[in-house]
Each structure stands twice: as C-alpha cells, then as structure tokens.
Write a protein of this length. Structure first.
Length: 111
C-alpha cells in the first residue's frame, strides 16, 4: 500500500479544507491492486484457518485412534497370556488323562 494512502475510516469531514483535500486525494489514489491484494490476503488467511481446523480435527482423530490402538494392544497381550495359560492347563490335563489311560490299557491286555 502506498504511504500516502489514508484509510477511509480516518476521513474526517469536519477537518480543515486542506485535510479534506488530502484525504480525498489519498482515497482517489488508492490502487485497485491494493484492494485485490487485500482480498487475496484475506482469502489466504481464511484458507489457512480452514487448514488449521482440519489439522486440529485430524490430530484429535489420531489421538482417539492411538488410544484405541493402545487398548486393543493391551487386550491382545492379555488374551495371549490367557491363551498360553490355557495351553499349559490343557497339556497338564492331557498328560494326566494319558497316565490314567495306561493302567486301563494294561489291565485290558491282561484280561
């Protein structure tokens, strides 16, 4: 923006004739490119704001998914431990059943 341009909000109609002249001249000298540039800058800020909102939502979703993953991982470890414990119990029961079956087998062969 030109250093000579005075914003329209600073235009004071009650000022001296010279002040009015310079204010009107400054407003007349405002280039259309300044307005376009300001509009583009505003759109860029709006675009950046939307991107920031999307990023915040994605970060929130990531945190939620990460927490869900940690819970699932913890449950998996618990289930693996439970499975290993059940396998041990199954082997013990299987071994006892085999040891109990042998005397019956030997008795039936004697008969």
């Amino acid at each position: 923006m030109s250093p000579f341009i005075i914003p329209s909000s600073s235009f004071d109609p009650s000022g001296s004739e010279q002040d009015k002249f310079w204010n009107i001249r400054a407003l007349a000298l405002r280039r259309p490119n300044d307005v376009v540039w300001n509009e583009q800058q505003g759109k860029e800020k709006e675009h950046i704001g939307k991107k920031a909102e999307k990023l915040a939502k994605l970060e929130e979703k990531y945190e939620t998914l990460h927490d869900t993953f940690k819970i699932a991982e913890k449950r998996l470890v618990e289930k693996e431990s439970e499975c290993a414990s059940l396998k041990e119990k199954l082997l013990i029961v299987s071994t006892r059943m085999e040891s109990n079956d042998h005397p019956k087998t030997s008795m039936s062969t004697k008969e």
